[in-house]
Ligand binder design. Sequence first.
Ligand SMILES: C[S@@+](CC[C@H](N)C(=O)[O-])C[C@H]1O[C@@H](n2cnc3c(N)ncnc32)[C@H](O)[C@@H]1O
Length: 337
Amino acid sequence: MDNTSALIERNADLFAGRRVLLAGFADTAVLSAAPADWQLWGWDYADCQAFTRSLGESAVCFSHLVPALEALDAAILLMPKAMERAAYALAQLAPLLGSGKPLYLIGENKGGIKRAASLLQAHGQTPVKLDAARHCQLWQVQVESPATFQLDQWQQCNLIELADQHIDLISLPGVFSHGRLDEGSALLLQVPATLPTGRVLDFGCGAGVLSVALARRNPQCHFELLDVDALALWSAQQTLERNGVNARVLASDGLQAVHGMYAAVVSNPPFHTGLRMDTGIAERFFEGIGKHLLSGGELRLVANGFLRYPPLIEAHVGPCRVLLESSRFRVYSALAG
Ligand SMILES: C[S@@+](CC[C@H](N)C(=O)[O-])C[C@H]1O[C@@H](n2cnc3c(N)ncnc32)[C@H](O)[C@@H]1O
């Protein structure tokens, strides 16, 4: 059992027999920590699929918005990697619960749980640390007079200025590079070469900046944007609409929901899972993407220069060359055989 689930088990009396919303949980072990009527609100598609297998579809909601559940006794938020996403989720959980109901925050010491008191104070006067064990803490506040949640107060719209175009980038808290253009993505967008004609997959689209810029430069292409994060998918959809770009957006864990063949695949692939560096997602992406590239199709990606991706790309796609590099990043291109 993971550490946060073990902490919940130590405090099972708080939840036993109650209808409790788990928010942002990744490990289904929590379901056996207490005999509660568990509901799940998640924003990671893979985690939500795992909870759906255990709880059934009706108890799981994959969305940027909290599900409109009634008669909840409590909610527990697992501290997300990004502090701003914790504030965003708590701002939705508090009004859903209503005054007098307990709102819990749990997380690892190294995952920012030490900020629990200040995060919870926005929703009730006296947050209490209930327990600490296994490098984790469990906090609680009684919700007081919650304010109505307004999504537009949380979304950011930032103007991204490229040499050839301006993009209104819309993003929600915790979406990669929230409110700005990532240095690696900016380098990829400096490559002048056009993309092969046809379907183009944007793997790990975030708020959609790569697709908007490249779709405008490559009107002969049809873009499909994929991400595992519900807040990224919503942001990407908004960014596309705001910038007048027509494209498809889909939820997927890795290439799981990808079907058919593409003329090109573009990506700034993830190399973190939660708090930890993890190149596993990118490695599985390289292993699988060759099967979805047409002959002569291009994989174009940007990555930190220290990541040893070229041998993997060459093993699964084709000869890999550097199109552009900076002191920190490299843009690679490989053509499928
Ligand atoms: C480095 S960011 C790039 C975002 C965007 N393309 C940009 O350039 O700003 C990587 C993206 O991959 C997504 N991601 C992480 N794990 C994933 C997975 N297993 N399947 C699909 N997308 C994933 C993250 O949510 C994030 O939006």
